[in-house]
Structures are given as C-alpha cells and as structure tokens.
Design a protein around this ligand. Structure first.
Ligand code: ATP
Ligand code: MG
Length: 413
C-alpha cells in the first residue's frame, strides 16, 4: 500500500464525546469512524486488522471441523416466540422492525433460534450428527450503555459457532475441544496468559457456562482468579456454594478487572426441544439434539488489544493483527524506498510505504499513532550510515542494517 493512496487522515484529537481509549486511538489513527455512540464504521486499516483476527479464529474453528456460513441478519418473530425470547422483557437488546405487510422482524443479536430451526432441514438421523457451524456476523444489539468504544458496540462483529450433537458425551467432547481451540486463539493473539477460562452463570440449562475473560482495565467485568490453580470465577457466581464446589477459599482469590472476549454455552437438549429440532436415533426413536453455542467478540478483541498495548505515542498491535507488518518511510530517498517496497511486495509482505511529500516529523508521528510493528526508515543519513534504520514499534529499539538485510529480516518475520 502506498500511503499516498490511503484516503484516511490521522487526527490530532478524538471526537469530544468519545470516552474510551480504544476508540479515541482507533479514530485518530484512521482505523474506524464514529457514526454515533456504539456504532463505528471500519475504515481500511481497521478492516484489515479485523480480517486478520477473523482469519486466526477461522483457522482454529476449521481445525475443529466446523463449517463456515453466514446467516441472514433479518429474523422471524415466530422462531423467538417458540423459546420465549421475542419479548423485550426476556431479551433487552432487541432492535425490531416490521415488513411492509406488517410482519414483525428482529435484527439478529444472536442466531441460536434461526440456526436451530434451519438445521431441521439438514439433521434427520444420528448419522447426520455431530454438526458444527460458525459465522462471522455483524450483530445488532440495542445496548443500554455504549461507553466502551468498540468493546461494546450496538453493532459489532462476532464469531458465533453452534454445535449439534447426538448425546451428552458427543457434546462434551466438542465443548472441551472448543475450550482448547479458544486457548489457541488467545495465545496466537498474544493474550493467552492474560485470558482466563471463567466459571460464569449457566442460565437455565446448566450449572455453569464458561467465559473467556481477558485482564483489561477498561473491561466491564470483575472476576476472581487463582493463577497457580488456574481457577477463575465471575463475580456474579462468587457464592459459598461455588467456592465449595471448586474447592477454593475466597482469600486464595485475587480480584481483577476483565473484558469478556469469548463465551461458551451448553444448552443441553432444552433449546432443541423448544425449537423442535430432533433426530432419529439408532433405535428409530425421535430425540432432541444437544446444542451448544460459542462466541468470540471479534471487534471487542481489537479494542482490548489496543487498550492493553497502546503507549503514549499511539496504537501498538501484534504483528498478526496490525493492518501491515512493515511501515516503510522514506525521507527524500524515494528510489531506494521503492526498491525495498517492491522487493517486499513481491514476496507477499504486508507493507505500507509512506511515499507522501511530508515533513519527517509528521511521518513519524503518524507511524507511531498507527502502530505498525516494524518501521524501516530510508534517508540520506541512514544510507550514509550503511543502509536503513529498522525500529520496533513496541520496544522502540532500532538498528542500522543494509537494504538487503532489512528485506530478509522482514521476510523472516
Ligand atoms: P456482555 O456480558 O459483555 O454483554 P454477552 O454475554 O452479552 O457479553 P454473548 O451474547 O455471549 O455476550 O456474545 C458473545 C461475545 O460477543 C461476547 O463474549 C463478547 O466478546 C462479544 N460481545 C457481546 N456484546 C458485545 C457488544 N455489545 N459489543 C462488542 N462485542 C460484544
Ligand atoms: Mg450482553
């Protein structure tokens, strides 16, 4: 990408009404545009980072044997009536509308009911099970408060996966495999150590569900953890009963503020019973399917990474999430820079070249704010010193290396 072709401009200040650090920085750096509270557009840089997070999640979900699909965002009222979740008293985040003929529709805040209903066309016998499907979907939720930037949007990107199993054993095997897959996702994003599989409210179907809670000052949750024993409990289920069940005492637990980055849920057979999703078992008997749902907040994750890694100068992102890996900056050395740019491009490297006619200070300030992990500066001075200057955005350490070494170093990332 030649930066002269990138339409977004960096901003000195974030909009006055924006309180969240993640959104302030992402707006200033040109990753997102704030449309209104809780609604942000993804601009080219933000879109690229979101796609990179999605790709990591996609690889891990595919490895579980899950199929990717995309459900429509428009939902029928009758599906949600079946499970008693159309009512605003049951679900307080609905956006609803109606068709010209008066028929009511909801905008998808989740897809358990529609996906369970759809599966009636595809699941008939025990031979059809298990089935795992997932999507990256733009969810719409009329959240009461939207003060956490992209960590709580009224529109946001979620990965939601659903499992359909023949029995509890089949369900549990996938549930546990999914916990491991989620751990790999968080490891790959560099927040594995800070993300805890947390006991949380299981709702009507099961004693507990599991949340993936990532330590983050800007998060809205509080959990209690014991790092050595790998125990984490959401404050909403921190009762004597839970402590006894997990064989831990209150003073062995440390309180931390977190953001829920993922969430997995066992519905047993109750969800399928109310939807009407059943299959014929080995004995020809019709029995309800075991269902589970598994979410990851894709755009929330970008917000969490920005909150956790940013420094005084701006955004810092991991190499596999940043919109580009290399930010090439030339100071009156366009020919030399173009050589490096083309060499990196040819090898498929994600590189952005700041080829704009700007003062060096302005280029560096933009580069710091945007937070691409590696910076290569080509200038008269660097060439005299023997080549180009490579700087890590995160550690700020830099070195002068030859042009060729710079290229091979970046390709080895
Ligand atoms: P929360 O308690 O934060 O409202 P939730 O329990 O409503 O989350 P789910 O319905 O399980 O969340 O959604 C799955 C995942 O989607 C969550 O774990 C979270 O990472 C993400 N998520 C939920 N609501 C939002 C939102 N308003 N904006 C961005 N991400 C969200
Ligand atoms: Mg919620």
């Amino acid at each position: 990408m030649r930066q002269s072709q990138l339409f977004t401009k960096t901003q000195k200040f974030a909009p006055k009404d924006e309180q969240a650090k993640n959104a302030q920085l992402l707006i200033r750096a040109g990753y997102i545009h704030k449309e209104m509270a809780g609604a942000y557009s993804l601009l080219p840089l933000g879109q690229r980072s979101v796609e990179k997070i999605k790709q990591i999640v996609r690889e891990e979900m595919n490895a579980l044997g899950a199929n990717e699909l995309i459900m429509t965002g428009l939902q029928r009222r009758d599906l949600w009536d079946r499970t008693g979740r159309w009512d605003d008293d049951a679900v307080d985040v609905w956006f609803k509308s109606s068709l010209k003929n008066g028929r009511e529709v909801g905008f998808g805040w989740s897809h358990e009911e529609p996906i369970g209903d759809m599966m009636q066309s595809h699941i008939n016998s025990f031979r059809d099970l298990p089935v795992y499907v997932y999507q990256f979907q733009t969810k719409l939720r009329n959240e009461l408060r939207a003060k956490s930037g992209i960590m709580r949007g009224r529109e946001f990107v979620m990965k939601d996966m659903y499992s359909f199993s023949a029995n509890a054993a089949q369900h549990d095997a996938f549930y546990n495999a999914c916990i491991d897959a989620y751990k790999r996702v968080f490891d790959r994003l560099g927040i594995g150590e800070d993300t805890f599989v947390t006991f949380a409210d299981g709702g009507a179907f099961t004693a507990f569900s599991h949340e993936f809670q990532t330590v983050c000052e800007a998060g809205e949750d509080v959990i209690y953890i014991n790092r050595e024993r790998g125990i984490a409990i959401n404050e909403e289920v921190l009762t004597e009963e839970t402590l006894t069940e997990l064989n831990v005492t209150r003073d062995e637990l440390e309180e931390v503020r977190t953001a829920e980055t993922g969430n997995i849920f066992n519905f047993g057979t109750e969800k399928a019973e109310s939807i009407g999703l059943s299959f014929t078992d080995e004995n020809g008997k019709s029995i309800p399917v075991h269902m589970g749902s598994y979410g990851i907040g894709i755009t929330r994750l970008l917000g969490v990474l920005v909150e956790k890694l940013a420094d005084e100068e701006g955004i810092v992102l991991p190499e596999n999430v940043a919109p580009y890996k290399v930010h090439l900056i030339d100071i009156e050395a366009a020919d030399q820079a173009e050589d490096i740019y083309l060499a990196l491009l040819e090898k498929g490297m994600d590189v952005m070249w700041d080829d704009r006619d700007l003062r060096p200070g302005a280029k560096f300030a933009d580069s710091d704010l945007i937070g691409i992990p590696w910076r290569i500066v080509v200038s008269k001075r660097s060439l005299e010193a023997g080549g180009v200057e490579i700087t890590s955005r995160r550690t700020k350490e830099s070195e002068i290396v030859s042009k060729d070494d710079a290229i091979s170093k970046m390709l080895a990332l």
